[in-house]
Design a protein around this ligand. Structure first.
Ligand SMILES: [Zn+2]
Length: 456
């Protein structure tokens, strides 16, 4: 078989060179080698208190910053959350998201263990059921985009009955109750509706399934519990006016006031890049504005800094994470490299807070010589050992930098929008001053800044 002579990498951007592919592949394709921290530290608060704290975090008016558990380097997340919490406890509401069917129900790598390790700092704890990845929802397409490798691997999928069980008669109340109960049993403080894929070609049916699954979910929860409507859609629901209007009308019609809306992005133009399609950003703008006007809490999972931008438009929170799959819910493709070709050295990259963009380390060092460069003071950068590169620490630095940026923009005296405008304006000025002398090309080019600034 020819395939045995090839290494295959799943990537989520269009212009990926081999070194970048190697880096991304590790996060999506390697075996789960990490060792989770043991449950230690203070005991979790009692269940009723946890639900109250989660409710306050959701509706307290502070920006919501959710860290999605990554496949690799997740052991650093509890420490990262402690750092963020100690700096920004008055400014941000914190939470975590566990991709439930891609984790285990028991043991050190389990969802419940992850929640226990983060409960002291992150009151919002979401066990995302990811039902869109079922093979009878969007799972087949996801699999095809990954060279036939399922989005949720068999080793974990088989442990979650709600994810695997065939539903020959279609979606039904008992199954929805099981989806909710499974999250509850893992200790989630905010419960999600299933979040099945909404196919725009079947608009009426998709909206009807959304409504049914929300109604059935609501029937299974107590008045103390927190429920969020889980919406998973391709970007055409945001970019096509008619579809967007139907979706918004349905959302406003539902009694629920917390929405968790995940939008499938097209392949990104850069690895670790931002989503820069103007029509999709405009769709997010309208979604956020309509939610704000109608007192709906809007959370945008897996949106990287696009989520931060959306806070200025009226969204309440977003999630991101260490790996590219946590930063963007984007289409993927597969890159093949012959085994006989020498493997390229990985490109190490870091998030540059002044540019609001990920650059390679060589570029970062050149930027450091510029007069306006501000060296990162975070715990994770401070403890990087010269000559080596700890990707977990680089990922934690990114998350810390995102949290600092949210805090800084939200504290602006004229509000979050003025705060975000000021942050992006500074980034544009830094970019202007940097290039030349530092060439910001290819993956290092912060292509998103102009598109963002035009929308602030
Ligand atoms: Zn740092």
């Amino acid at each position: 078989m020819a395939q045995e002579d090839e290494l295959r990498f799943v990537v989520d951007s269009d212009n990926v060179d081999a070194p970048a592919a190697e880096e991304i592949s590790e996060e999506l394709f390697s075996l789960d080698q990490e060792v989770d921290q043991d449950a230690s530290g203070p005991d979790s608060p009692q269940d009723a208190d946890r639900l109250v704290q989660a409710r306050e975090a959701l509706r307290g008016g502070k920006p919501i910053f959710l860290v999605q558990r990554s496949h690799q380097h997740s052991a650093i997340i509890p420490t990262l959350l402690q750092e963020v919490s100690s700096r920004h406890t008055d400014t941000l509401s914190l939470g975590v998201v566990a991709p439930m069917p891609r984790m285990r129900p028991k043991g050190p790598s389990s969802v419940e263990n992850f929640f226990r390790n983060t409960a002291a700092t992150a009151p919002i704890q979401i066990a995302d059921p990811e039902c869109f990845a079922r093979l009878d929802s969007y799972g087949d397409t996801l699999k095809a985009q990954r060279d036939d490798k399922p989005y949720v691997g068999n080793s974990t999928a088989s442990k979650w009955d709600y994810f695997n069980r065939p539903l020959s008669a279609g979606w039904e109340p008992e199954w929805v109750a099981e989806v909710v109960e499974t999250q509850r049993a893992q200790g989630a403080t905010v419960l999600l509706t299933p979040g099945l894929w909404m196919d725009p070609a079947e608009r009426v049916q998709s909206l009807s399934v959304l409504r049914d699954t929300v109604n059935w979910s609501r029937q299974t929860i107590s008045s103390q519990e927190n429920l969020a409507v889980n919406v998973t859609i391709p970007s055409s629901w945001l970019t096509t006016e008619r579809l967007r209007e139907y979706l918004l009308a349905e959302m406003l019609d539902l009694d629920e006031d917390v929405f968790y809306v995940r939008v499938r992005w097209p392949l990104l133009s850069q690895p670790y890049g931002q989503m820069i399609v103007p029509e999709i950003l405009d769709g997010y703008m309208e979604l956020a504005a309509v939610c704000e006007e109608n007192d709906k809490v809007l959370i945008l999972p897996n949106t990287s800094m696009t989520g931060w931008l959306s806070l200025a438009w009226g969204a309440n929170g977003f999630s991101t994470g260490i790996g590219s799959g946590e930063r963007a819910f984007a289409d993927t493709k597969v890159i093949k490299i012959k085994r006989t070709t020498p493997r390229p050295a990985p490109t190490n990259r870091t998030f540059n807070t002044s540019l609001l963009h990920v650059v390679d380390l060589q570029t970062e060092r050149l930027l450091a010589d510029l007069p306006d460069y501000r060296a990162c003071q975070c715990e994770f950068c401070r403890t990087q050992i010269p000559g080596t590169w700890d990707k977990g620490k680089a990922g934690a630095h990114y998350l810390q930098a995102v949290a600092d940026t949210i805090a800084s923009s939200s504290r602006h005296p004229r509000g979050a929008r003025a705060g975000s405008r000021s942050v992006v304006r500074q980034a544009l000025a830094f970019k202007e001053a940097a290039d030349p002398p530092v060439p910001l090309e290819g993956a290092n080019a912060p292509k998103h800044l102009d598109v963002w600034f035009a929308r602030l």
